[in-house]
Design a protein around this ligand. Sequence first.
Ligand code: DOR
Ligand code: ZN
Ligand code: ZN
Length: 355
Amino acid sequence: MTTIKLPGLIDPHVHVRDLNQSHKEDWDSCTASALAGGITCVMAMPNTQPPITNLESLKMQQEAARARARCDYGIFLGAGVENIETAHTLASQTSGLKMYLDQTFGPLRLDNLDSLVAHAERWDKNRPLLCHAEGRTVAAAILVAHLANRSVHICHVSRKDEIELIAAAKMKGIQVTCEVCPHHLFLTLEGCRLPAGYIEVRPRLATQEDVDALWANLEAIDCFATDHAPHTRQEKESDSPPPGYPELETALPLWLTAIHENRLTLDDIVKRMCNQPQKIFGVPTQADTWIEIDTDLEWTVRGETMFSRAKWTPFEGWKMKGKVTAVYLREELVYDGEKVLAPLGTGRNINEETL
Ligand code: DOR
Ligand code: ZN
Ligand code: ZN
């Protein structure tokens, strides 16, 4: 057994589902799932029910998190046509502004170029501006941000043309950062054996050529993010299955397994799940916070045993090598390799308090 110690990991892309979709997940189950995956800070997406687009909904989400989060967290605000004039007034209480430029789960969507430009111009230049963008909207997001003299973060990059465009923009000194998710690095649409509804995810799974291009452009990938998007089995098996995969508990084990296959180094992981997210999303250093990993422990992924309320995983039955054996948050043991020990409300809002 080889035990190593790493800093607590940061996941900048998590769908927590509190407030009114807690049958899928809430701050309690989501942050338990995060801790079991070695993640000590989650950044919550705003496409909730109700969506987080104004002071009232932001306050409700802050209160839900304060009561139930077991690890640290930040909350993103959602951009809509109705909050062009007000979104930026809430910037200091949030971890960034999320713009949905393509169709995905929930009602948040920015369809016209005018509102995209207006938000990019008004939003605080020192806070992240994030985009769900696919294909051509990636180019639109980069140009609009560049013209507004600000940075932009492209979420869940999944395709060859997208990563190559981002790499080229970076070469020109344009301020763009991006993240890639485990499912886009380990699964292809063709090779995926999941039942139809379970396959649904946005952006969709892509081809082997796309997957290879992401691995080939690792240097252009700033962060690894899970896009943890839990939906129930019943919903996934329905006639209109919502897109998304629960992934907080499998991300780090997948990266650790990739180390054994010589596809990644430990440094690649720490950079993309700690140092760079910290820098891009302004996450303060979590004092006396670390995780312990048994790098040789072999185990098989089982959705049923997960802390996430979803109880299924796109990696069911996969053999992993490497597991989190302990997580310490501010010196307290909060996960012992089997049980989550952090009480509800242990987590702190990174935009409200000093950690
Ligand atoms: O697959 C996805 N699910 N992609 C998204 O962009 C949203 C997410 C969700 O909220 O379920
Ligand atoms: Zn998205
Ligand atoms: Zn997402």
